[in-house]
Write a protein that binds this ligand. Structure first.
Ligand SMILES: [Zn+2]
Length: 262
């Protein structure tokens, strides 16, 4: 399945060629959308059981979903692409450190709803989930968001509207995960990216509305959203676009996850 994912990613790469502007994407021929639809119909990842003695980490490269496709071109890239590229490097790094990994999608442009992202992580048997995103607000650096209170899912068109979560143990575990990952990131990214700190989900737009982010509400395991860099900031964008920067980011997050697993 992963081979197919790579092939599809390569085939689709032209659709969001580096340097293309948002307007270019909107004016793509209908055939481009047809191929995009094809990835959307890919089956969601199977849930692998962790090998005996190995911990399973769920990596969620944020976007596309119906809330945001993450394809707006910013400083020569887009959020969906960066999240996916770092996710693959994080997968490799975690495996080298002895973890098993499940990723919430099979291809860069596969669309997965935020609720489904949490359910995939829950079903996988993972002991923790990290959601990879990039920020587009003013400023520079990385920030960590965890569910600091129970939220209520309020998507009008979803049958689970009114669902409340996460539970107090998940909230407590998420706080510990955030602290461990911050420690790892500070050590590996000092002098490269600013640490903008740990914040509650309620400091995000969706979290302010629901009390927590959607995948936090549905998560049954400690969960952390990592805004890895500010894409609209030229320094941050140059760092997180480069393979070297992405590798450093993957190593920083992995070392934090390793700290949390002790
Ligand atoms: Zn995002």
């Amino acid at each position: 399945m992963r081979h197919l994912a790579y092939i599809l990613t390569a085939v689709l790469a032209w659709g969001t060629a580096p340097g293309a502007r948002a307007a270019d994407w909107q004016s793509l021929p209908a055939s481009a959308y047809k191929m995009k639809d094809m990835t959307a119909s890919l089956p969601l990842p199977a849930a692998p059981a962790a090998e005996k003695g190995r911990r399973l980490v769920c990596i969620d490269p944020g976007h596309p979903n119906s809330y945001s496709n993450g394809l707006t071109q910013i400083n020569g890239t887009n959020e969906t692409r960066i999240n996916w590229q770092v996710a693959l490097k994080l997968e490799q790094t975690l495996k080298e450190k002895g973890f098993d990994v499940v990723i919430t999608k099979n291809a860069e442009l596969q669309s997965v709803e935020n609720k489904e992202r949490a359910l995939i992580c829950n079903r996988s048997g993972a002991t923790l989930a990290v959601h990879l995103h990039c920020e587009t607000t003013p400023g520079s650096g990385y920030a960590l968001y965890y569910p600091d209170r129970e939220g209520t899912f309020n998507y009008n068109n979803d049958p689970d509207i009114g669902y409340k979560g996460p539970t107090p143990p998940v909230i407590a575990g998420s706080r510990l995960l955030a602290q461990a990952v911050q420690t790892g990131m500070r050590a590996k990214l000092a002098g490269l990216l600013n640490d903008l700190g740990i914040k509650g989900d309620s400091h995000t737009q969706v979290g302010a509305n629901q009390g927590a982010l959607t995948f936090s509400i549905f998560s049954q395991i400690p969960t952390l959203t990592i805004e890895m860099a500010v894409l609209t900031n030229k320094h941050d964008a140059a760092f997180i676009k480069s393979p070297e920067g992405q590798q450093k980011m993957a190593q920083a997050i992995a070392s934090g996850i390793q700290l949390s697993a002790r």
